[in-house]
Write a protein that binds this ligand. Sequence first.
Ligand SMILES: *[C@@H]1O[C@H](CO)[C@@H](O)[C@H](O)[C@H]1NC(C)=O
Ligand SMILES: *[C@@H]1O[C@H](CO)[C@@H](O)[C@H](O)[C@H]1NC(C)=O
Ligand SMILES: *[C@@H]1O[C@H](CO)[C@@H](O)[C@H](O)[C@H]1NC(C)=O
Length: 538
Amino acid sequence: MKSEENNLMKLTIITTLLGAVASSNVRLGGVKGGHHVENVLSSQDKIEDKFGNTDPYFYQDAIVDHFAHNVASEPANWKQRFYYQDQFCVKDDCPIFLYIGGEGPQGAASEKLFMWELAKEKGALMVSLEHRFYGESYPTVDMSVESLTYLTSEQALADLARFIEYISSLSPSSSTAELSKSSPPLSVSASLANSKWVSFGGSYPGNLATWLKLKYPASVAGTVGSSAPVQADYDYYKYAEVVGAALKYELIGGSEKCYDVVEKAVASLHDSVSSTKPMGTDSSIPSSLKPCGPIKTEFDLYAYESEVFGNFQGTVQYNQQSSAPTVSDVCSELTADHATPLDALASTVEKYYASSDACVPSSWDDLMAGLLEVEFDGSSAMRQWIWQSCNEFGYFQTTQGGVHPFTSLTSCNINIAGKAMCEQAYGIKGYEGPQMSGDKTRYASTEMYGARSIQGANITMPNGNMDPWHSLSVVNETSQFYEPAEITASETVVEIDGTAHCRDMYAPNAFSPQFNDTGSIVWAHSKIKESVDAYLED
Ligand SMILES: *[C@@H]1O[C@H](CO)[C@@H](O)[C@H](O)[C@H]1NC(C)=O
Ligand SMILES: *[C@@H]1O[C@H](CO)[C@@H](O)[C@H](O)[C@H]1NC(C)=O
Ligand SMILES: *[C@@H]1O[C@H](CO)[C@@H](O)[C@H](O)[C@H]1NC(C)=O
């Protein structure tokens, strides 16, 4: 466990790993480590041949503030990274598939994506736009609090709409000036003026895909927003509840026994760790669970306990989508013959999660250091993403509340994981959550987008019922985490039994053979394809 990488993983467990991995130029960047998602490209693959043009471009006409009240002066411009892959587009007005970037560096689309397969079939141009403030797309010189005021989903949606307009304006006869709004200048072989757009995104970009169609209905014909947690939630213990449900779900190798062992093990771990002063010095703590440093405060305890919880989070969120241990692996070890539940946990950590330094990070200061860094470095995403979480979505993955096996990890509470983090990282005083000022019962993002009641058209919403994030998504009534929502007749829910985060976004059988697509995934792909076919009809 390299602490910096794992901290990032944990804080941004709603990560961009998907985007990164399904891109040809695999740039795990700031989110490397933690849960490695398998890269199916072997090193001898010729990426260029396979993926067409994967060079980055920069759209030089992006604007910093789409909602500036003072429009007297020209809006300041900045450069937003994008990719333009036109190998399948062989005629004028070919469809355009927009791959929406999110909370991390964005790469070009690759054949690992289901979107790729659809693009090939439809003869679509694929463009991918990186999200402002992530990767190499910087609207400001740094990430000071003042600069970060331009980091909102609203600005990101306006970026997408503006970029769509730009690409749609191009044709082989475009002027050099127009083509040079991109650096390097784009070479365009088809007229795109009457192209139909379909947008795709997963996780936070799944929200953006959904909200783009809602807020800019004319920009795209339809959208596929996968695993989109459209409901904001400050004290997000439901995440832990789905982790618990997955540890029990027999279809993916869970069991009641596995759940029980985890519950007992974390309870006895918490007792052992917090029984001494300083905490974590009890000699009964198994070696694979020893903290890396002294646990002096509740905050250090949070750093430690959230790491233990984080192992299970990653396992469930990326179950069967990576070379990381699966629920089945972990439950087999947990339920094997061990003297105590704590021994079972220690052995599981040793087998699947421990790294060479063989200790569990336990420093709040280390955690905060990553959040306080205001310089851009091309890959780090933590300061940006937690800023968005503090202001817009919450999503703080706590363990205090709900029914799940992690309730003994008392330090993973909203006062530390949410309030203290937001206050200390951005110098916010008296922070109370992303709720609206004046009405603490409502989230501003709900006012803006409608939470689960999305009143739009031509929106497809795939989810997996073993993805922790589906508890904040629009799902069907069979889910334990279903909450009523009002959606429209042209909005389609596609809920996949037994799958984890963004599973539908991967091409058929994109993983190693033992994780080949189940019947539910095959069904989900056919539903998504049906939607996309309909969106592209004249
Ligand atoms: C509803 O969810 C169940 C369980 O995941 C699934 O089998 C079913 O196909 C879903 N139906 C729709 C319309 O998404
Ligand atoms: C997995 O899928 C691949 C490719 O479609 C196929 O060749 C292989 O036989 C499948 N393996 C299993 C175990 O189903
Ligand atoms: C939705 O898609 C259909 C084609 O299936 C199209 O006729 C209609 O205009 C679209 N509606 C919106 C609001 O985009």
